[in-house]
Design a protein around this ligand. Sequence first.
Ligand code: FES
Length: 164
Amino acid sequence: MTFTGTIEFKGTKEQEEKLYAVINKHKGTQGALIPILHEAQEIYGYLPIEVQKIIADELGMSLTEVYGVVTFYAQFSLYPKGEYAIGVCLGTACYVKGSGDILEAIKKQLNVEVGKCTDDGRFSLEATRCIGACGLAPVITVNDEVYGKLVADDVPGILAKYIA
Ligand code: FES
């Protein structure tokens, strides 16, 4: 089995200590895996394979089982957020106004897939639900900035600000 997750792991000793504390807190309780994964993601920002391996070993599970759970639930991420986290709203109002085209334009320009991060760690891309700005549909966010009433041709201009 191939485990996806090619970003270099840069976990610290402190993070590892916190992770073991979390595991020990839940170990032995029914359904310990999910809360451990949630807290591990809070510690690291995502769930690197190295972290999943520690959790699997400590819970006496295989990495395949842990990986299966991580990849099943959308709230768990195998990738860190980029320096610039891009969110494209695929809520109904945005979708009917063409946010799918905007998503494709971003994927193509940055060569990044949804839920992943560019190899240099600068950009990550998420498809989001409605962010409550339907009046501006279609909407994307880059970190805390919101861009609305977009067409796919606006994408290069927006990204240029961050690429520069
Ligand atoms: S559907 Fe996109 S902001 Fe509401």
